[in-house]
Design a protein around this ligand. Structure first.
Ligand code: HEM
Length: 198
């Protein structure tokens, strides 16, 4: 027998034969676990559930919760992550991004001077190819290797960081989600060694 039943007040036992007349007839002290919020079922009297049944119900409940979590995890794992190129908005998205990057960096008083002699039509096409390829898009970069492209400019680490700031602002301006911005930065930043001090 369940030892907790022994401590129930006597009127709980008596209620088995008694018709409940609205809420006033309900004795809260017949529901020992009501305060902990664990169960609303009386352990004695009408509607009582035996300890064994409650234990079984709890086990089934927890098994269902666990099963749902496993199914959810399985579903998440099988969703293919879209490529960075797709997340950037494909060819159109990459072109808009490059236009914004060029606009930001050429007008940036900290580094704009470095682009004084630049052929922007050529630069734009190469940067589009490069970012497209870097983002796993269907392109091939046909420009100079990074160290050759920046040779003789002696770009400092500071200048590199300013350029990255311009890229960040450009991504922000065209409304790329933060996660996508970070994904692209993670691929651009490692190129620092080939760009600075050349
Ligand atoms: C991850 C960073 C960078 C990338 C991906 C990048 C990409 C490129 C590409 C694709 C080109 C054209 C290559 C070619 O001539 O075939 C280029 C050239 C150039 N980049 Fe960068 N660059 C980066 C960082 C920088 C920085 C930090 C600066 C200056 C602060 C800079 C300034 C220039 C300039 C001035 C040119 C030469 C344009 C010309 O030929 O007149 N770049 N860059």
């Amino acid at each position: 027998m369940n030892p907790s039943h022994d401590s129930l007040p006597r009127h709980c036992e008596e209620r088995s034969g008694e018709a409940i007349q609205g809420l006033a007839a309900v004795h809260l002290d017949c529901f020992p676990r009501i305060r902990s919020g664990v169960a609303m079922t009386p352990v004695h009297g009408p509607g009582a559930v035996s300890g064994q049944h409650r234990w079984l119900a709890m086990r089934i409940g927890w098994s269902l919760v666990l099963l749902s979590l496993l199914l959810l995890l399985g579903a998440c794992a099988s969703i293919p992550r879209s490529s960075l190129y797709q997340q950037l908005g494909g060819a159109e998205g990459v072109a808009s991004l490059v236009d914004a990057i060029i606009e930001k960096s050429r007008t940036d008083p900290r580094i704009g001077g470095l682009f004084a002699e630049t052929d922007f039509d050529y630069f734009r096409e190469r940067l589009i190819e490069q970012i497209c390829e870097l983002a796993d898009g269907p392109c091939e970069y046909t420009g100079l290797p990074m160290s050759d492209a920046h040779s003789g400019m002696d770009i400092s680490e500071r200048e590199f960081n300013w350029f990255v700031e311009d890229v960040e602002q450009a991504m922000q301006q065209i409304g790329l989600p933060l996660a996508v911005q970070n994904r692209l930065l993670a691929r651009l930043v490692p190129m620092q060694a080939e760009v600075i001090r050349q």
